[in-house]
Write a protein that binds this ligand. Structure first.
Ligand SMILES: *Cc1c(COP(=O)(O)O)cnc(C)c1O
Length: 381
């Protein structure tokens, strides 16, 4: 053991994305692996845009120069997109935007800017995006966890309210996803009203990673709510997961705080160019969304046809489901086995939060998913 490493680091495990390397060699070499475990778009950037990006790199980016550390052009383009996509009367400005190396970086910056080194904790309602807790814990920040309704995954608001009133570790930040991952439900009016009722001393982070699929947003409320922040990303509908670009829309004072603590050149020139290009060509890129939603509904209907599966409707590009009527232990076991058998057949899906999360893929991928699931499910029930 190296003694200079913080003792609490031992209890964490490094994030292991796409465990495709676990797929048996025989499977991986004989068939295409369907990556339906991380909610990316199944579609690569169109060739014409890749060519434009390559041209930008050759002609406009000086590799020997640091990137634009202020992200000015990109922030202006994002501000315009946010304004347009919500038809805002008062436009969002660049001063209300901070750009991160993925929204993961912004989550960490929010934690540093609010809770680090104080008695402040964060509140999350499980199951939800795991990064909030993981990043908080690596910074020694407390995580208060509350539950959701097992029927519709609405946050247990009584529990959440009670948690805010605990004296020992004041909650400074509430993290919600809209629509939630992994359960795919958008915030209900009751949940939104609860968030609206919170004191301005509490930061409410609303992660809209799936906004382009759900078309539900709270950005229009930011003008009257200085304690709300919206997170978005280019990793999902904009097909730029490889480039790691996320952004936060919030009160200029919070944005200024985030900018003070981030690394100076956090976003490579190439990624900034990719995000700008994606925004210019957003119509083309977002054109595939209706198809993805139609594919999602097809998957939902097919999965709902299995009497032994419980499937939840989705406001995003993924579907959450699990076997019905099992006790907790056997259900966990069954889920692990289903996920394992799917992987052995070449489909990666995510076993998380007591269910299985399946990304909507291309038509071919979805057809394979249903075939493979059918074979597996038939052997179980
Ligand atoms: C995918 C996802 C993100 C995106 O993270 P990036 O770091 O921008 O790739 C953020 N929040 C949620 C809830 C997600 O599902």
């Amino acid at each position: 053991m190296l003694r200079f490493i913080r003792s609490d680091i031992a209890k964490f495990t490094a994030y292991k994305p796409h465990p495709a390397s676990d797929i048996p060699e025989s499977v991986a070499s004989s068939l295409a692996v369907d990556h339906l475990d991380t909610n990316e778009s199944p579609f690569d950037l169109p060739t014409q845009l890749k060519e434009k990006l390559a041209w930008t790199y050759q002609q406009l980016i000086e590799a020997n120069r640091y990137p634009d550390g202020g992200h000015e052009k990109l922030k202006e383009a994002i501000a315009e997109y946010v304004t347009e996509s919500a038809a805002l009367e008062i436009p969002v400005t660049a001063a209300q935007i901070s750009v991160g190396n993925g929204s993961d970086e912004l989550i960490r910056s929010v934690l540093i800017a609010t809770c680090l080194g104080t008695e402040g904790s964060i509140l999350v309602a499980n199951p939800t995006f795991s990064m909030y807790s993981i990043l908080a814990q690596t910074l020694g920040i407390g995580v208060v966890e509350v539950e959701r309704s097992p029927e519709n995954f609405e946050i247990d608001l009584e529990q959440a309210q009670a948690a805010l009133e605990l004296p020992e570790s004041p909650v400074k930040v509430v993290f919600v996803v809209h629509p939630n991952s992994p359960t795919a439900n958008a915030l209900t009016l009751r949940e939104l009203n609860w968030l609206r009722s919170l004191s301005e001393q509490i930061l409410v982070v609303i992660d809209e990673a799936y906004f382009e699929f759900s078309q539900t947003s709270v950005v229009q409320e930011l003008v009257q709510r200085p304690n709300w922040a919206v997170l978005r990303t280019f990793s999902k509908a904009f097909r730029l997961a490889a480039h790691r670009v996320g952004y936060c829309v919030a009160h200029p004072e919070l944005i200024a705080a985030l900018d003070k603590i981030r690394l100076p050149y956090n976003l490579p020139s190439f990624s900034q160019a990719a995000a700008q290009l994606a925004l210019i060509h957003r119509q083309l890129l977002l054109e595939s969304i209706p198809d993805t939603l139609a594919e999602r509904d097809k998957l939902f209907n097919a999965l709902s046809g299995y009497p032994n599966l419980q499937v939840w409707s989705s406001a995003a590009n993924f579907i959450y489901f699990r076997p019905r009527q099992q006790d907790k232990a056997s259900s966990y076991d069954t889920l692990t086995r289903i996920a394992g058998e799917m992987k052995a057949k070449g489909t990666l899906l995510r076993h998380t939060g007591g269910g299985l999360r399946l990304t909507v893929g291309s038509t071919e991928e979805n057809t394979r998913t249903l075939q493979r699931l059918e074979e597996i499910i038939a052997s179980y029930f």
